[in-house]
Design a protein around this ligand. Structure first.
Ligand code: HEM
Length: 126
């Protein structure tokens, strides 16, 4: 199911999760960096639910685009499935699978993409 949902992501993040330098950030090799940060697990759920806007740096590259919100199109279990896909594909590792219940808890927060950006700053990602 996660692989099928990822078809909605790969137009931007590319098959293989490589991203496009300077335009769309990579997910391969990067999702584990997010998950290793304190608060990263909640943060990445929020990116999917609410989107993300604002300048970010990923692996030395700068991005300042808009990640669309998927909270309206995708149910909690579908968001968990695509997160499980991107966190375990292309060499990415995630020992703790995402659950629909975790997504549901973040959905209750009703954030904006700008608030998600503020959350990202607190992760201390390089
Ligand atoms: C950022 C995943 C669909 C464009 C991100 C991030 C994740 C992610 C985890 C956060 C990276 C970070 O904080 O370092 C996904 C998944 C998708 C999806 C799983 C499908 C469900 C898309 C689509 C687009 C897109 C369709 C293009 C229309 C972007 C951009 C950013 C981003 C531009 C960076 C935003 C910024 O500069 O602030 N994505 N994405 N994503 N995504 Fe996606």
């Amino acid at each position: 199911q996660g692989a099928t949902i990822f078809q909605q992501c790969q137009g931007c993040h590319q098959p293989g999760g490589t991203g496009l330098p300077g335009v769309f950030p990579p997910l391969a090799g990067h999702v584990p960096e997010i998950l290793a940060a304190k608060g990263g697990r909640e943060y990445i759920i929020n990116v999917l639910l609410y989107g993300l806007t604002g300048q970010i740096s990923v692996k030395g590259g700068s991005y300042n685009g808009a990640m669309p919100a998927f909270g309206a199109q995708l149910k909690d279990d579908q968001i968990a499935a695509v997160l499980n896909y991107i966190s375990t594909s292309w060499g990415n590792k995630n020992p703790k699978a995402f659950t629909a219940a975790e997504v549901k808890a973040q959905r209750a927060k009703k954030l904006t993409s700008a608030q998600v950006y503020e959350l990202r700053k607190k992760l201390g990602l390089k």
